[in-house]
Design a binder for this molecule. Structure first.
Ligand SMILES: Nc1nc2c(ncn2[C@@H]2O[C@H](COP(=O)(O)OP(=O)(O)O)[C@@H](O)[C@H]2O)c(=O)[nH]1
Ligand SMILES: [Mg+2]
Length: 314
């Protein structure tokens, strides 16, 4: 890109060159969501889509942080730079869980090829995906090859991580308890890889077999992979990295379209939400009365409402 005026803010070349200070600053700005955030996001927009994003989700204690740490080590051994975004949906940035993740990541603290950032999702719905997407975009623009996101699996966050990550890894601990039951209830659709961690545990083989059976009943393409790891020793983590590499190549081909589709859907949802918020009570009441009187179905009334919203000048 020619460096004429209008080529972007003066910190942009540093960020694109992977300068850690520039990256840290850009992330802080986008997290604060002020007008500088808009400026940063506009400046990096043309430099996105190179990094592969891998989301690790699952119940607390399953070994996500330990596994992410081991995964980062393997990626570094393969010559890749890595960004890590640790998300805790409940605790503030200073909270214990995130501090714990920080401590565990100190194994990479002297490594310039690893950039770790903790993120609080501020407890509101959609908070995770919004701030996480922005932070990931900054890391992507800074040229990090792989961006890993760790989130605690708490229902909503699995769905949100599906929006954020190119590849979704669901981590479960051995045993056929509630965690594995929860996996049954909808996680399979979003998981690219199911990891039974704590493979040194006597129940891990049984759990993996059970999950393979579950996966076998899905009509998913490509099928969800089931793997066993021992995060504490690194056993199975090379195999996990291999699977993710393979999926990454597959996803990379689809990535521009996926990203654009996501952008479009989000913009349309925002627009509709805005228009609904501006709708006059009479418009809605008219349709609600027709609904009450049995003159319309909910679907037909909703369709009519949407049509009215779209007719209105913005
Ligand atoms: N035996 C065993 N313990 C593990 C393994 N992976 C993690 N742990 C331990 O499980 C506990 C929770 O791990 P952590 O990574 O913090 O889980 P997270 O809450 O999912 O991030 C820690 O004490 C880890 O040392 C494993 O593969 N085998
Ligand atoms: Mg953790």
């Amino acid at each position: 890109m020619p460096s004429a005026e209008g080529a972007g803010p003066d910190w942009l070349p540093d960020l694109l060159a992977g300068d850690r200070r520039a990256l840290a600053r850009a992330i802080t700005l986008v997290e604060n969501e002020g007008s500088s955030a808009t400026e940063v996001l506009a400046a990096i927009r043309g430099h996105l889509g190179r990094a592969i994003t891998v989301g690790f989700t699952g119940p607390p204690g399953a070994g996500k942080s330990t596994l992410v740490n081991a995964f980062v080590r393997v990626q570094r051994a393969r010559g890749r730079t890595v960004g890590v975004v640790a998300v805790d949906p409940s605790s503030p940035v200073t909270g214990g869980a995130i501090l714990g993740d920080r401590i565990r990541m100190t194994g990479h603290s002297g490594d310039r090829g690893v950039f770790v950032r903790s993120l609080a999702s501020r407890g509101h719905l959609g908070g995770l995906s919004r701030s996480a997407v922005r932070v990931i975009d900054c890391m992507d623009a800074a040229g990090l090859d792989v961006v890993v996101i760790e989130t605690v699996g708490a229902g909503q966050s699995e769905v949100e991580i599906a929006e954020v990550a190119d590849i979704k890894v669901v981590v479960a601990a051995p045993g056929l308890g509630d965690d594995v039951q929860a996996i049954k209830a909808g996680i399979l659709e979003i998981a690219d890889v199911l990891v039974v961690n704590k493979g040194d545990h006597p129940l891990s083989a049984q759990t993996a077999r059970y999950l393979k059976t579950m996966v076998g009943m899905q009509a998913r393409e490509p099928a969800t992979e089931v793997l066993r790891t021992v995060a504490t020793t690194g056993k199975g983590v090379e195999a996990l990295a291999d699977v993710i590499d393979r999926l990454g190549q597959y996803r990379r081909a689809q990535a521009p379209m996926t990203r654009t589709r996501r952008l479009l859907i989000r913009a349309a949802q925002d627009l509709l939400r805005q228009r609904l918020a501006q709708a006059s009570p009479e418009e809605i009441d008219g349709l609600a009365r027709a609904l009450l009187a049995g003159e319309k179905t909910v679907e037909s009334a909703a369709l009519e409402l949407v049509r009215q919203m779209l007719k209105e000048p913005s």
